[in-house]
Ligand binder design. Structure first.
Ligand code: CO
Length: 209
């Protein structure tokens, strides 16, 4: 069977196995969602949010784009964030990058890729902010690893700068932002320990009344 036809077959088997475990599986999921987590990850096919975290359908609200970016003019990201924070009332947001990220590797270089160059520009801005530290790392793979980490840190910080997150904190809503890096080579996640749950470390100029 070809790959495409196999997808439909897989789906039928999946439905059958879920119903065998729990005949009410789909009817209870259909009643609504209340996920405690928003996941902002890379579009990379090797980094599936639910599988990595051992979570089930209904537990993670997911937004993915190239290089897990939080771009403050990105209506798609902002809409997802707004809905997750203000309607679903998630308690956690995880920005998850991954070592070996092709988006970051491309952003580190000078090759012209076409339309995507405009997206990579945002990532290049992060490189510039950390260029002193990054340029000192001679090994390209090591430099990319560090770039992945600092990029996640910046995206967490960018989340904290949004009016959506600041308003939630101001209203006393419990909301923690976390930064993770997933290692494709061994499947393990590294918590970068950059968790923020209020605006106390936010630079004054970014604060909104
Ligand atoms: Co990636």
């Amino acid at each position: 069977m070809n790959f495409y036809d196999q997808l439909i077959e897989n789906n039928k088997k999946w439905v059958a196995s879920k119903l065998q475990e729990d005949p009410a599986y789909f009817t209870s999921l259909a009643n609504g969602q209340k996920p405690p987590l928003l996941w902002i990850g890379c579009a990379d096919s090797r980094v599936p949010a639910n599988e990595i975290t051992g979570t089930k359908p209904g537990e993670v609200f997911v937004h993915r784009n190239i290089a897990n970016m939080v771009v403050h003019t990105d209506m798609n990201m902002l809409s997802v964030l707004d809905y997750a924070v203000n309607v679903l009332r998630v308690k956690h947001v995880i920005v998850c990058g991954h070592y070996g990220c092709g988006g970051l590797e491309a952003a580190m270089g000078n090759k012209h890729f076409g339309l995507i160059d405009n997206w990579l520009r945002h990532i290049k801005d992060v490189y510039r902010m950390y260029s002193k530290e990054l340029d000192k790392i001679e090994n390209t793979q090591e430099r990319l690893r560090r770039f992945v980490e600092v990029n996640v840190m910046e995206q967490v910080y960018d989340l904290a700068k949004t009016s959506i997150v600041q308003h939630a904190w101001r209203n006393g809503q419990e909301l923690e932002l976390h930064g993770w890096v997933y290692d494709i080579k061994n499947g393990l996640v590294k918590d970068l320990d950059v968790t923020v749950s209020d605006d106390s470390n936010l630079e004054e100029v970014y604060k909104v009344d």
